[in-house]
Design a protein around this ligand. Sequence first.
Ligand SMILES: [Zn+2]
Length: 297
Amino acid sequence: LNRQFSYQALHGTNQDDGLPRTVESLRAIEINRLLGPKFESSNSAGESNSSDEGKKEPVDVIIDLHSTTSNMGVTLIVTEGDPLMTQAAAYVMQKCPPEDRVRCVMHTHPNRNVRPNLSSIAPHGFTIEVGPVPQGVLRHEAVEKTQRALHALLEFLDRRISAPAELQADLKKWYASKNGQVPCFRSITALREGEMSGKITWPSASDNPNFPAYMVHKRLQDRDFELIKIGDPVFVDLEGNTIKYDGSHGSPVYLMFVNEGGYYFKSSGTGMAVAVRANFDLETGELVQEDDREDEL
Ligand SMILES: [Zn+2]
């Protein structure tokens, strides 16, 4: 993540490197002011912030629209235990056409304060990740997929206000055959501090932290949401030697954000994300069981 919404990033307490703030870190502070603030207490903690603008209400829901260079289809990213957003994901998965390949990824975090992403500013956060899209490129069909998911999500929120009983009846009906459980991928808990979730990382060049020393192996390219197990090739070094998966995040596991261009830089979280199959309860948004069947969702 190059734009961080952690307490440290928003309050300048990790600026011990003596470097000036980046554009992204300044933008994070602006967005937090516009939509939040995320950390309520910080304003009343005696900071000499003499802003006399009228106090704005923080927003309830943030929908964060992303593109990724990875072959992720349409991936809805929500947090465990937020039934508003997890039901929204269940709704969007039913409303979008199958060819959009809509999947749900659930992060498990004790609370939003420990999530450093943009949508953590609001009590309810939802990220729509669409790929593959090269950086800096607008692709018509990717924009349309994003629109379909976004419109379904807005329809869900609208129906939740205008006709909540009917909405709940529809959701129950759609997931009745699955006993009210919604299939998803659960991201593996981060092994390294400061990360959203567990990642298989690659080293950087010794003389440049922003230049990867390994390439993602061709066998993995474009194979997001496919299983890998111990011994499968994951990287190739610059001499052409294959680096195999060592099982550090369990085995077998699913990979996400395979060869994401934004993660080449050490400061933005180098690596591929790891997940397992799971189900969440339609009513509570809590995970109910893990499920590593190999059949397609
Ligand atoms: Zn993203």
